[in-house]
Design a protein around this ligand. Structure first.
Ligand code: PMP
Length: 312
């Protein structure tokens, strides 16, 4: 990953040079992880650059902030314009968008109310998150010894930076043991999600995925895949998943804005099905990428074109 091509970053209403996109060391967020964020992809479709499910990502950002009692000082429409401005200022078509709402420089101490709510929007070019050939050949994963947060500890539905310390423990453990990613169980021992992806299984022709109350992030790609799968005639069930289902499933795959749809070819060194990408995963990838490339009809209005000119 390289930030060389990034020219401008949006900070509290202004576009600043990449080199000047700095925050103070006494900012609340730096000490206590008090930020909410999003990750959105812009695809170069047949009909120009378009953000995927931008309104849904903005909604989730506002919801994360509501949960953590942070008021975003912009309307959703203003926020969207700011995102467009940032993309245009960098001259990108395909890119990744990272808005961050954080508690800035005010007063340190756990109480966040004395620190302002500041906003940053960054964009950069980001390729395949789990490796270039992962989309076709799949990844090797382990079940993590770290659980996702128990329901009464952190609100899993909020995409908060502080929560990602848990994700980092899952990811690091996986990497140092030679896996690409870890799958965490929830506090009751059921399958939850990867460090930065939701998880699906195919078992006896049905598609299963852990429910929202399984300490997962309500993934927008997850919801997309559920919709596309039902449209394709598959039965999709949101239900609790026992760990051992990972070992006997015919197919397992991850979903996420960064990971898109990535097959899992082994769990704890046990091959998933034949150990290769399965037909259901492949079919869903086909439908998903056809939509993102502009080859399939955008039935649900999921693609937001990036306006070429700024609004006057
Ligand atoms: N779970 C976690 C913990 C994540 O960080 C992400 C990435 N945002 C996801 C799931 C997938 O969510 P989405 O499809 O909205 O990117």
């Amino acid at each position: 990953m390289s930030y060389e091509e990034v020219r401008k970053v949006w900070m509290n209403g202004r576009l600043v040079d990449f080199a000047d996109a700095k925050i103070h060391a006494f900012s609340h967020v730096f000490h206590y992880g008090s930020a909410m964020f999003e990750g959105v992809r812009v695809y170069k479709t047949r009909n120009g650059a378009a953000a995927f499910r931008l309104d849904d990502h903005i909604d989730r950002l506002y919801h994360s902030c509501k949960i953590y009692r942070m008021e975003i000082p912009y309307t959703g429409a203003e926020f969207k314009e700011a995102i467009f401005d940032t993309i245009r200022a960098n001259g990108f078509d395909a890119c990744y968008i990272r808005p961050v709402i954080y508690r800035g420089l005010g007063a340190l101490g756990v109480n966040p109310f004395r620190s302002p709510v500041d906003v940053v929007i960054g964009v950069w070019k980001w390729g395949q998150y789990l490796g270039a050939d992962a989309i076709v050949n799949g990844v090797d994963v382990c079940v993590s010894s770290w659980n996702r947060m128990a329901p009464n500890t952190f609100p899993a539905m909020a995409k908060a930076t502080g929560h990602y310390l848990n994700s980092m423990l899952i990811k690091m453990e996986a990497l140092v043991n030679g896996y690409t990613e870890g799958v965490a169980l929830d506090s009751s021992g059921r399958v939850s999600e990867g460090s930065g992806e939701n998880l699906f299984l195919v078992h006896r022709g049905r598609i299963l995925t852990p429910p929202l109350e399984g300490s997962i992030l309500p993934g927008i790609t997850r919801e997309t895949v559920i919709t596309l799968a039902r449209d394709a005639g598959y039965t999709v069930v949101e239900q609790q998943v026992a760990r051992e289902m990972l070992y006997i499933a015919d197919e397992v795959f991850f979903t996420g804005t960064a990971a898109e749809i990535t097959p899992v070819r082994s769990v704890d060194r046990i091959p998933v099905g034949s150990g290769r990408r399965g037909p259901v995963t492949e079919r869903l990838q086909k439908d998903f990428f056809a939509l993102l490339e502009g080859d399939a009809e955008d039935r649900y209005g999921w693609l937001t074109p990036i306006p070429v000119e700024a609004r006057v």
